[in-house]
Design a protein around this ligand. Structure first.
Ligand code: DC
Length: 212
């Protein structure tokens, strides 16, 4: 059983996917973290995430098992990591490098789990087009910026909402307009707009869709 959860930055897809994984006791993979790890690795070597060779080399060295510790996860959540991730994610060689690992996770979930939930941008369209259930989670740019602002503001009290909104709009444009695996709703995906929903309401809406 594979459930694909796609959508733009800060749409609530990660929280929802995690809650669904707990509900069904399925394995969960945050595929954005893979691209973030590649982007952060490039930055740590002093290279530019827009550089093809640096991005490919970082993707080839990616170790998925290293992403589970709390310190690494915190380093991956920064605004810089998100921007670097979006830049490396537009490169076909980087995506090719990461594609098989995502499919392996989906088809052979760890710990013998009976299913897998993957969240990202292209899970329902490219990584697992055969997924049993597909959700495309979205929210208005303003609502997404406010959510991300509240999250990032904890570590940066100089941060401004307008900066976060601009970052989100730039990332939406880059992720949906790139030629390889652009972010888009799969034809058979269910659209879930979380602009006016609490986490619990979004979870109930997703469960109702899956039950249908
Ligand atoms: O979901 P996120 O914000 O953590 O993702 C970070 C970036 O990674 C996002 O801007 C685009 C890229 N990404 C992608 O291209 N494909 C995915 N399946 C997941 C993320």
């Amino acid at each position: 059983m594979i459930i694909a959860v796609d959508g733009p930055a800060a749409s609530g897809k990660g929280t929802l996917a995690r809650r669904l994984a707990t509900h069904f006791d399925y394995a969960y993979l945050d595929t954005g973290a893979l691209y973030r790890a590649v982007g952060v690795h490039v930055l740590s070597t002093g290279s530019d995430p827009a550089d093809d060779a640096a991005a490919l080399s970082a993707a080839q060295q990616l170790d998925m098992t290293s992403l589970n510790n709390a310190q690494t996860r915190a380093a991956l959540r920064t605004a810089e990591a998100g921007i670097a991730a979006s830049l490396v994610a537009a490169k076909p060689q980087v995506r090719a490098c990461i594609l098989q690992a995502q499919r392996d996770f989906a088809h052979n979930p760890p710990e013998g789990k009976a299913g897998a939930i993957l969240d990202g941008r292209d899970i329902g369209t490219i990584v697992c087009p055969e997924a049993a259930h597909k959700l495309f989670v979205t929210a208005s740019p303003q609502v997404r910026a406010e959510r991300r602002f509240l999250e990032l503001r904890q570590d940066d009290d100089q941060l401004e909402l307008a900066t976060v909104l601009q970052d989100i709009q730039d990332r939406d444009a880059r992720d949906s307009q790139r030629t390889i695996a652009p972010m888009k709703q799969a034809a058979d995906a269910h659209l879930l707009d979380t602009s006016d929903l609490s986490i619990e309401e979004a979870l109930q809406a997703a469960l109702a869709f899956i039950a249908r």
